[in-house]
Design a protein around this ligand. Structure first.
Ligand code: IPM
Ligand code: MG
Length: 366
């Protein structure tokens, strides 16, 4: 019997509706080659949900995700929703998906595709062969800690957020990172600010306490300021990095840029039961939305991660990643990954043409 895979598509805002259909088409083709069928249901999240359904995360969207094997999200946000109160902003839709679906483990690989070594802002020799995996805690820390808000104190307003982690939250994300490191190069760097913040002092203690259970993994610790510096100084020293929600947000943007463009970085946000929300790390890029200029590769690579982490189809994942590598080797580039320009055999193309090239690549490999 044909396996039917149910995916909820959440195109969202900005360039999301341009890149998600391309990733879905590529996913459909890759799955068909494994004899699996794809059933897609679209749902609203973010600014488009505010406009069409009255809030950033409609109940039907959560229900559609719960009924699916996995979800694929484009991006949320845009200038037209920026001056709304915090709890009615598009970003709340994404944060609500993460917390309601308990997507505590965010995997953000920063992998350099060899043809893009020129597009990195660092020298090619510093980034060639780069393969880092950032494991970011996604449902706790300062993003969700209480109390939070803007309050009155001594006749002026004070803004308050709370950086808080319970031991079990630290332990479960650390175990995900140890397990992944064991399957890679066996090196795990835990990033904290344990010299200043008690919450991360506890983080360091809990992570250290697990090290004996993973003898095949070499654990190290680094303060976040140093980690930011090391990422741009000598990024290849890292294999897997594990860190809290806010530091992971920042470091993953830094790591993404090392690979040439934010437009290349996929991510997986996983729950304990294997359900995952897959999304590019880049945002909604309103400045280029609707111009056929967006890079769909981060979303396509997110679909590959879906095959690997939620669907148990590593061969389909490898085919999608191979197609991305193939189009890049053929010199096809969206504007964001052109690099310095002037390279022989490099051709700038739009979003749709990139999608067609990917489909041709994946079909020729069948
Ligand atoms: C990310 C984004 C989000 C975050 C925003 C859009 C809420 O920057 O996924 O990295 O801060 O987590
Ligand atoms: Mg971010």
């Amino acid at each position: 019997m044909t396996r039917v895979i149910k995916v909820t598509a959440l195109p969202g805002d900005g360039i999301g509706p341009e890149v998600v259909p391309i990733a879905i088409a590529v996913l459909r083709t890759a799955l068909a080659q494994d004899g699996a069928a794809l059933e897609v249901r679209e749902a609203l999240v973010g600014g488009c949900a505010i406009d069409q359904a009255g809030g950033p995360l409609p109940e039907e969207t959560l229900a559609a995700c719960r009924a699916a094997d996995a979800a694929l999200l484009g991006a949320v946000g845009g200038p037209q929703w920026e001056d709304r109160p915090m709890d009615q902003r598009p970003e709340k839709g994404l944060l609500g998906l993460r917390s309601n679906l308990e997507l505590f483990a965010n995997l953000r690989p920063a992998l350099l595709f060899p043809p893009l070594a020129q597009a990195s802002s660092l020298k090619p020799e510093l980034v060639s062969g780069l393969d880092i995996l950032i494991v970011r805690e996604l449902t706790g820390g300062i993003y969700f800690g209480e109390p939070r808000g803007i309050f009155f104190e001594d006749n002026e307003r004070v803004g308050v957020n709370t950086y808080k982690y319970a031991e079990h939250e630290i332990e479960r994300i650390a175990r995900v990172a140890f397990d992944l490191a064991a399957k890679r190069q066996g090196r795990l760097c835990s990033v904290d600010k344990a010299n200043v913040l008690e919450a991360t002092d506890l983080w360091r203690e809990v992570v250290s306490g697990l090290a004996d259970e993973y003898p095949q993994v070499a654990l190290s610790h680094m303060y976040v300021d140093n980690a930011g510096m090391q990422l741009v100084r000598a990024p290849k020293q890292f294999d897997v990095m594990v860190t809290g929600n806010m530091f992971g947000d920042i470091l993953s943007d830094v790591a993404a840029m090392l690979t040439g463009s934010l437009g290349m970085l996929p991510s997986a946000s996983l729950a304990a039961d294997g359900f995952g929300l897959y999304e590019p790390v880049h945002g909604s890029a309103p400045d280029i939305a609707g111009q056929d200029a967006a890079n769909p590769l981060a979303t396509v690579l997110s679909a590959a991660m879906m095959c690997r982490y939620s669907l148990g189809l590593p061969a389909a994942a490898a085919r999608i990643e191979g197609a991305v590598d193939g189009v890049l080797r053929r010199g096809l580039r969206t504007a964001d990954i052109l690099g310095g320009g002037g390279q022989d055999g490099v051709e700038q193309i739009g979003t749709k043409a990139m999608g067609e090239a990917l489909l041709a690549e994946i079909e020729s490999g069948a």
